[in-house]
Design a protein around this ligand. Structure first.
Ligand code: F6P
Length: 545
C-alpha cells in the first residue's frame, strides 16, 4: 500500500498547490481566534500549533488522511499487544511498562503485567537496598556512584532523563553513563571513581552489543584491580532479555533485571533499562515518570484525532516532509537540563522512521523520517538559527518551553522564555523590506548605504514551529513529553506504511566492523574490501603506536 494513491493524500496534494504561499502573518491578522483554533492540551501540557502553514481546511484534510490509514485501529493494535512489529514478529508494548491502570495486556495468552509488576518490585527493592545502605560494596561502604554501561536505547533515554531530573537526585549518589567504545569514555569516567563504592549497571537488551560488552569487560578489569572475583556480584548488575549471555559474562542472574523482546531499545527507558534513573532519583520519582507516560497513553488512546496531540504533531510533520519537502526537523528545548533530549529524539525518530521499505517489503518513493536535530536554546540561537531564519531550507521547529525552573536565578528564566517566544514569533512574522527600510532610516541610514544593507536584513518569515508549554519539568511532565514524541513517530510510521519498530539499517555496519577488526592487526592478511577501505586499513596500521 502506498499513501500516494489514497484519495485523501491526493486531496492534500491539490490543497498544497493552492496553499503553498499562504502567509501565516496574514492568517493571524485575519483570525483573532487562530491560537485557540490551533492549540491543544493534554493534562498540563499545552501544544500551540498556530504558527504553522495551515488553515482549518488543512487540518481537516490531514485528519481525513489519518482516518483513511486507520490510525485509531493501529493505536488499538499497538496497545492490545498485536505483533505490529511485523519483520520481527513482535508486539510493541512500551505502553504496558507504564500501564499504571494495571489492566491486563495479553501477549500469546499471557498477561504481561504480571512480569512488568514483578520487575518493578525487584527494582524497588534493589533501589531501597542501595539507598538505605543494606546493599554495600565489597569493603562494607555505601554505594556512591552508579555507572550505566549501555549504548543507543540502553543509554540515551536513561541518560537524558537523569540529566533532566537532576534536581530530584538522591543525595550522596551520582550517576554516570558510558556508551562509546572509545576508551576515553570509560577511562575518563572511572578515573575519579572508587572501586569500593561504584555499582555498574550493564544494560543491553540483547547482551551481544560489542561496544557494551567491551566496556563492561574493561570495567570489570578496573574493578578487579582492587577487588576479588567474588566481589563482582556486589558491584555488577545487568538489565537484559538474555539470561544466558548475562551468566556467561559472569553476572549472577539473581542480579539481573529482565526486559522482554516486545520492548524496543529506543522505547525501553520505561523498563528496567530505567534502573539507573530509579537509582538516581528514587523509585517514587521513576514511578511518577511512568505516570506521566501513562497519562499521555490515555490521551493518545482516547482523544478523538482532532484533539489528539501526537496525531496532530505527526500530521504536521507529514505536511512539511511530504508536501513542502522539508528534510529536517529541529527540536529546541529551552531548558538546559534537556540538553540530551534532542539526541534521544534523534534515535527515537530516525531509528524508527528512517526506512525506505514499506511494511510489505516494497521500496517506497516518498519521503519518510526527517533528520532530527537540535540543542538547548538559547545556545542554538547563537549557532544555527541564522540558517533557520534566513537559509534556503524550510526547517520546522519544536520549541519546548518549561515555564518554571528548578533553579530560579533572578531574571534568568524570564530572559530564557522571552528568547524562546521571540524565536517562534520571528520565524513566523519575519521582517519585510518595508519594515527594514523604516528601521534603517530610523538608525540614520539613507541612499545607497540603506539600499545595500536592506536585502540582508529582510527575514522571509512564514517558517513553521510548534510550541510546547510545560509548567515545570517534573517527572510526570517529562514522562508525558517523551511519550508524546514516541506516539508522534508511530503515527507518522503508520501514514508512511513502514514498520517503525525494527532497525535493520544498523546491522550492516556491525557486521563489517567485526570483519575489519582482525584486519587492523599487524602481520594479518587483510581480507577483501574495496580499495579505499583496504588502503585506509593499511594507513592506520602504519600509523599505530
Ligand atoms: O543501534 C542499534 C541498537 O540495536 C539499538 O536499537 C539499541 O538501542 C542499541 O543497539 C543497543 O542494543 P542493546 O540494548 O541490545 O545492547
Amino acid at each position: 500500500m502506498t499513501p500516494l494513491n489514497i484519495p485523501e493524500w491526493q486531496s492534500l496534494v491539490r490543497h498544497y498547490s493552492d496553499l503553498k504561499f499562504l502567509s501565516m502573518r496574514e492568517q493571524f491578522a485575519l483570525d483573532s481566534d487562530r491560537v485557540h483554533n490551533f492549540s491543544l492540551k493534554s493534562g498540563d501540557l499545552l501544544l500551540d500549533y498556530s504558527k504553522n502553514r495551515i488553515t482549518k481546511e488543512t487540518v481537516e484534510k490531514l485528519l481525513a488522511l489519518a482516518e483513511s490509514v486507520d490510525i485509531p485501529d493501529w493505536i488499538e493494535r499497538m496497545f492490545s499487544g498485536e505483533a505490529i512489529n511485523n519483520t520481527e514478529g513482535r508486539a510493541v508494548l512500551h505502553t504496558a511498562l507504564r500501564n499504571r491502570s494495571n489492566a491486563p495486556v495479553m501477549v500469546d495468552g499471557e498477561d504481561v503485567m504480571l512480569a512488568v509488576n514483578a520487575v518493578l518490585s525487584q527494582m524497588k527493592n534493589f533501589c531501597h537496598q542501595v539507598h538505605s545502605g543494606e546493599w554495600l560494596g565489597y569493603s562494607g561502604k555505601k554505594i556512591t556512584d552508579i555507572v550505566n554501561i549501555g549504548i543507543g536505547g540502553s543509554d540515551l533515554g536513561p541518560a537524558m532523563i537523569c540529566d533532566a531530573l537532576e534536581p530530584y537526585g538522591i543525595e550522596g549518589l551520582s550517576v554516570h553513563f558510558v556508551s562509546n567504545v572509545d576508551g576515553t569514555d570509560l577511562s575518563t569516567t572511572l578515573e575519579n571513581l572508587n572501586q569500593e563504592t561504584t555499582l555498574f549497571v550493564v544494560a543491553s537488551k540483547t547482551f551481544t552489543t560489542q561496544e557494551t560488552l567491551t566496556n563492561a569487560q574493561s570495567a570489570r578489569t578496573w574493578f578487579l584491580k582492587t577487588a576479588k572475583q567474588a566481589d563482582v556480584a556486589k558491584h555488577f548488575v545487568a538489565v537484559s532479555t538474555n539470561a544466558q549471555a548475562v551468566t556467561e559474562f559472569g553476572i549472577d542472574t539473581a542480579n539481573m533485571f529482565e526486559i522482554w523482546d516486545w520492548v524496543g531499545g529506543r522505547y525501553s527507558l520505561w523498563s528496567a533499562i530505567g534502573l539507573p534513573i530509579a537509582l538516581y532519583v528514587g523509585m517514587d520519582n521513576f514511578e511518577r515518570l511512568l505516570d506521566g507516560g501513562h497519562e499521555m497513553d490515555n490521551h493518545f488512546r482516547n482523544q478523538p484525532l482532532s484533539e489528539n496531540m501526537p496525531v496532530i504533531m505527526g500530521l504536521l510533520g507529514v505536511w512539511y516532509i511530504n508536501f513542502f519537502g522539508a528534510q529536517t526537523h529541529a527540536i529546541v528545548p529551552y531548558d538546559h537540563s534537556l540538553a540530551r533530549f534532542p539526541s534521544h529524539m534523534q534515535q527515537l525518530d530516525m531509528e524508527s522512521n528512517g526506512k525506505v521499505t514499506n511494511r510489505e517489503g516494497h521500496r517506497i518513493s516518498y519521503r519518510t523520517g526527517p533528520v532530527i536535530w537540535g540543542t538547548p536554546g538559547t545556545n542554538g540561537q547563537h549557532a544555527y538559527f541564522q540558517l533557520i531564519h534566513q537559509g534556503t531550507q524550510l526547517i520546522p521547529v519544536d520549541f519546548v518551553l518549561p515555564v518554571n525552573s528548578h533553579y530560579p536565578e533572578c531574571d534568568h528564566q524570564s530572559i530564557l522564555l522571552a528568547n524562546g517566544l521571540a524565536q517562534s514569533e520571528a520565524l513566523m512574522k519575519g521582517k519585510n523590506a518595508e519594515e527594514v527600510r523604516i528601521e534603517l532610516a530610523a538608525e540614520g541610514y539613507e541612499g545607497k548605504a540603506l539600499e545595500a544593507l536592506l536585502p540582508h536584513k529582510v527575514f522571509p518569515g512564514n517558517r513553521p514551529s510548534n510550541t510546547l508549554i510545560v509548567p515545570k519539568l517534573t517527572p510526570e511532565m517529562l514522562g508525558q513529553l517523551v511519550a508524546l514524541y514516541e506516539h508522534k513517530v508511530f503515527v507518522q510510521g503508520v501514514i508512511w506504511n513502514i514498520n517503525s519498530f525494527d532497525q535493520w539499517g544498523v546491522e550492516l555496519g556491525k557486521q563489517l566492523a567485526k570483519a575489519i577488526l582482525p584486519d587492523l592487526q599487524d602481520g594479518v592478511e587483510i581480507s577483501a574490501h574495496d580499495s579505499s577501505t583496504t588502503n585506509l586499513i593499511k594507513l592506520i596500521r602504519s600509523l599505530r603506536d
